[in-house]
Design a binder for this molecule. Structure first.
Ligand SMILES: NC(=O)c1ccc[n+]([C@@H]2O[C@H](COP(=O)([O-])OP(=O)(O)OC[C@H]3O[C@@H](n4cnc5c(N)ncnc54)[C@H](O)[C@@H]3O)[C@@H](O)[C@H]2O)c1
Length: 290
């Protein structure tokens, strides 16, 4: 898919981890000029390699041609300086699920992005959008655009307006998600977990509790849902794919919001995060990965 509709041609993506690299790939494949920022040159190199490997796989699978891969790579640029986001029409923040880190980024973006009606979006899974919005001088232009993992594959995005977000921003973000990127957009209120994680996280936590209490082995839990309910991936494999730090952070935000026991992270999850066993991204979680 190439070409764009609406008024968004230059996109900035902050963070080039699992989600940031996927979001940058989706935007560049849609024909947009995409600039990606990371904290250090090393993190940038890891992110760029992940992104370019993903484009290589898309060529191997016949999703894009070799020429499209080259053109997509030409539309991508990389930086460690958010000052280079001055000319962006839309910035999508996709850094770690940490409110303080995200708030500081929104404050910086507010200073550097010059287009008066630029949209500042977050890919957060659970942090209240309104808190990021009021950290800027343009709370009407802040919105959640929540992609799913892996972003180039999953069709869905959730659009989450804060209480302060204008109708104009919502409309332009929807046009961007649906017409420019070809995603299916659903709308959710600014409540922790939105639609999908509000349903998914208690399910994942239940599977972790089931494993922790010894009711079943990890393989039997995953096989149960794959073979009994036709899920493409069992819950423990899915938690490893999402990243156990992200699962724990989202659960914590949802628990803080609702105080429902079903959102409370089981001790095993927290211990695994403390041990640095974060799932696929670190090579070890409920399973080990080469
Ligand atoms: N993992 C998922 O399945 C998933 C799905 C949807 C949304 N999300 C959300 O996406 C966001 C990112 O998650 P992820 O899975 O990509 O995490 P990740 O750990 O893979 O990547 C986070 C990246 O952010 C970078 N970063 C941290 N601080 C930064 C800064 N100040 N400036 C620039 N880069 C910075 C880190 O170096 C890292 O590369 C989180 O808010 C998460 O909740 C995750």
């Amino acid at each position: 898919m190439t070409g764009f509709s609406g008024d968004i041609a230059r996109v900035g993506v902050v963070g080039c981890g699992q989600m940031g690299s996927g979001i940058a790939e989706v935007c560049a494949r849609a024909g947009l000029d995409v600039r990606v920022a990371e904290t250090t040159g090393e993190a940038l190199e890891i992110g760029r390699t992940r992104l370019f490997n993903s484009l290589g796989k898309a060529v191997e699978r016949g999703k894009i041609s070799e020429q499209e891969r080259e053109a997509t790579q030409d539309r991508l640029s990389f930086t460690t300086d958010l000052g280079e986001f001055a000319d962006r029409d839309l910035v999508i923040e996709a850094v770690v699920e940490n409110e303080q880190v995200k708030t500081e980024i929104f404050q910086v973006l507010d200073q550097v992005v010059t287009r008066p009606d630029a949209i500042l979006a977050s890919n957060t899974s659970s942090i209240p959008l309104v808190r990021l919005a009021v950290a800027t001088s343009r709370p009407d232009q802040v919105i959640g655009i929540h992609f799913f993992n892996p972003a180039p594959v999953q069709k869905l995005v959730e659009l989450i307006p804060a209480l302060t977000t204008s109708e104009d921003t919502i409309g332009r973000a929807q046009l961007f998600a649906e017409k420019t990127l070809g995603k299916h957009a659903i709308r959710a209120q600014d409540r922790s977990g939105f639609v999908v994680n509000a349903l998914l996280i208690p399910y994942l936590l239940s599977a972790i509790r089931m494993f922790e209490t010894g009711i079943a082995s990890r393989e039997d839990i995953d096989n149960g849902m794959e073979l009994g309910c036709a899920h493409p991936m069992g819950p423990l494999k899915l938690a490893d794919l999402i990243g156990l730090d992200t699962v724990a952070s989202v659960a914590q935000s949802m628990y803080q919001e609702y105080k429902e026991p079903l959102y409370a992270a089981p001790p095993l999850l927290q211990r695994m995060v403390d041990a640095g066993r974060l799932g696929r991204k670190t090579g070890s979680g409920f399973y080990t990965y080469s």
